[in-house]
Structures are given as structure tokens and as C-alpha cells.
Design a protein around this ligand. Sequence first.
Ligand SMILES: C[S@@+](CC[C@H](N)C(=O)[O-])C[C@H]1O[C@@H](n2cnc3c(N)ncnc32)[C@H](O)[C@@H]1O
Length: 236
Amino acid sequence: MNEQNTQFVFDPMAAKYDRCNHIFSLGVDYRWRKKVVRAISPYPNQRVLDLCTGTGDVVFSFLKHSPVQDITGIDISESMIDLAQKKQIRFGGKRWTNNKNIIWKVADAAQTGLASESFDAVTCAFGIRNIPNRTAALSEIYRLLNPKGKLGILEFSLPASPLLRFPYNFYLNRLMPLLGQWVVGDKDPLRYLAQSIGHWHTEVNFSAELAAAGFKLIRKTPLTSGVATLWLAVKR
Ligand SMILES: C[S@@+](CC[C@H](N)C(=O)[O-])C[C@H]1O[C@@H](n2cnc3c(N)ncnc32)[C@H](O)[C@@H]1O
């Protein structure tokens, strides 16, 4: 998928993106993002960057579930960043947003324009799969991280158990596009999602890509029977 296609898929979906996420994941997406925050477990004075932030759910999860004070969310889609900013305004009264430095930026994860070694941790939830030039994105993350900085990547995957994989594939490839028609008014974004998850799971050896980019894999954790996977790595 090239950058124009990325925007073609995500821009029209932006307004309905959160609803889709929570409906299609049956609400477990919140717990997955919280696992990313727990895996990174930043100190209060550390700087965190969330790439492919979408409407900012990982950023808000860090603010709620960690002591982090300084966090940046980046997305290539202006509509997504607009929604993240609106959400921040909505959450303005919450105690966990008080005195926090939150920065939003429209940028390509492969070319952020941010200073080298300016973050202690980088995260990316359900985004790395969509980036056409993943090698460039991983080397950009490497550049942005401080030495020993942490990287947390959350992605969809397929259950390892064949007993679960068959019904899950049916849900992903048949039911979700139908639900997509109902929720988003279009089957295509959900068809794309199912195809890209299948390709990512079977064709991509992401642990090897992390190693090639200079990261040391700490652990790879399947979540919810392998429907999602969390990679935790550090900059060597
Ligand atoms: C599936 S959404 C995930 C959003 C969010 N991280 C979450 O947990 O819900 C993927 C996001 O990646 C963004 N994206 C895709 N390619 C990108 C790129 N090259 N650079 C930055 N963002 C990108 C899309 O605009 C979209 O908002």
C-alpha cells in the first residue's frame, strides 16, 4: 500500500474509526493498548513517541496508566490527528491529562522530521503493517530512540491453534466486511484489513526485521489467543 492508498483507506474512516475498533475487537483493544503501556513502563521524566497514533488511543492510555508527562503522537492522516486533538479537548477535565505535555503532528512515520535520540520509548499500534516502506520506518525509529530506548509494536495476528484459526478467519474474511458495510457503509476497508493481516502473519518475519534494523527483541507476546501480538524490543 503506498502513502496515497493509506490516506484513501484511513481518511474516510477517521470519524468512524474508534467505533469500528471497539466493535470489531469486541472491546479488547483497550486492554491490548494497556499491555503496550505496561510493557514500556516509562518513568515520569521520559519522553514517549506514538507513531501511527490514529485518534490517539495509545497516547491516552499512556496518560491514564503510566506516570509519563511528555508524549508525542504522529499520524500521516490529518483527519486522524484532528480527531485526536478533539479527544484531548474532551478529556481536558480528567485528572490524568493535568500538566501533561501532549504534542500531535501530521507526519510520515518513515520521515518524522524530529530530532535524533529525542525519545526514550517509541510505540506503534496497528500501524507498522500499513507502512509501505517498513525498513525506512524502523531505521527512523532507531534514529529517534535514545541508546537502550524501548520499542513496543502491537499488531494483529492469527491464532496459532487451528481450532481457533478457522472460526477467526471466517470472522475476519466474511463477517467483518459485512459488519463493515453496516458500520462504515463500505466493505472495502475491512476487506483490506483482513487481507493485510493475512499477508502480515504469513509473509512477514517481523522479529527478523527488528533484528536487521538494530533492535534486540526482548519478547514477543501473543494476546487474546494470538489475535494480536506485542513485540517489545530495545535499541542495541
Ligand atoms: C489502524 S490505525 C491505528 C491507530 C492507533 N494506533 C490505534 O491504536 O488505534 C493505523 C494508523 O496508521 C496511520 N498511518 C498509516 N501509514 C502511516 C505512515 N506512513 N506514517 C504515519 N502514520 C501512518 C493511519 O493514518 C492510521 O491512522
